[in-house]
Design a protein around this ligand. Sequence first.
Ligand code: HEM
Length: 428
Amino acid sequence: SQLSTSPFAEHVGKHPGEPNSMEPALLHDPFTGYGELREKGPVIRGRFLDDTPVWFVTRFAEVRQVLRDQRFANDPAFARGSSREGTPTTRLLDMLGMPEDLRVYLARSILNMDAPDHTRLRRLVSRAFTARKITDLRPRVEEIADELLTRLPEHAEDGVVDLIQHFAYPLPITVICELVGIPEEYRPQWRKWAGELVSRDPKQLAKAFPAMIDHIHDLVRARRDALTDDLLSELIRTHDDDGSRLSDVEMVTLVLTLVLAGHETTAHLIGNGTAALLTHPDQLRLLTADPALLPRAVHELMRWCGPVQMTQLRYATEDIELAGTQIRKGDAVQLILVSANYDPRHYTEPARLDLTRHPAGQAENHVGFGHGMHYCLGATLARQEGEVAFGKLLAHYPDVSLAVEPEELERVPSPGNWRLASLPLRLG
Ligand code: HEM
């Protein structure tokens, strides 16, 4: 399995008393595993991936507090020793023998930046992700969903079809590729790369990363001759107007980030959410009886089974006291979204899936999309895709059901991510 071949698994158990993100209890049942840590305390000493010492922040209030606190930086240069050598990512790159000219791309990713660079990039790209633009996109998202769902029975074997493969993946990939401007013929390749990237298998990563960078450079060259109104063209215009607003490397990394962030995550919101609905018939009935419940339902599904269970590491830029724990300058901090989203200090009966939990018309009340400056740029799009996906699936196939027992659903073991390997359904 991916777990046993992972180079990170060997570190499990090396430091008794310091929970490791790769140990089975945290990897296979993060809800229980991190939930137990949360009840031990708001800040817990632990280990991440390659044995990096981290502070797990486990409770809702403290997670939001750290994500708002600019003394915690995303830039790995703030890791202890002020050296990029000090992070799991850089050590992984070392392991891969990743050349320096490729590392610059990671360093310029929006998720690895702090103000003022982060603010500048975020402002540029936010213009392409306004609520208005996303709303305008809705009919197209619905059209794509209808097409995929109509063709779903073609993929059935013995009456069973895998929703992950034939709906949950292709929907967001198509949407984000259209938005960014990735031509159709390259989409299967992107999907393969994205899979290789999340596998955390160093060999696959070493191959996929340079290939994606090269490919984006090619796309940019080709698009320059025929600019359109897609996001790629918009970024090229911004870059060419004034290179100080958006550098070459930043432009390429931004495209890469958007395409990758835009499909794996949303695909698994659709997968996890569908599985949740089909295993909670009372909630499913509520939703089919009242499709207007969809926006609230998506908030709750994001809380209850969101696909992203922890943020990137943050680094303390000075000594900071957090909920009674002394965090030292350079320490790494990991915000555990899954335990925060089940924090009984914040929710009544957190383990209960309750599609009516979030009052109508109110902002979401969970941290599944993060919080603060790095709050998910694609949240509005992802929510919309979720609403369309669940709504359309149930409209096309009102009698849809799981084709296996719930316990037989297989997860992809990956720390920080909650994803199904497949979701076998009978369409009814
Ligand atoms: C950031 C989750 C969909 C683009 C984030 C963060 C989370 C997250 C938790 C914050 C990470 C951190 O603070 O370390 C999700 C989930 C999604 C989703 C659960 C789907 C259900 C998308 C989509 C896009 C996207 C569709 C793009 C179109 C981004 C970007 C950032 C981000 C660019 C970085 C923002 C920044 O650093 O300022 N996402 N995301 N995400 N997400 Fe998403």
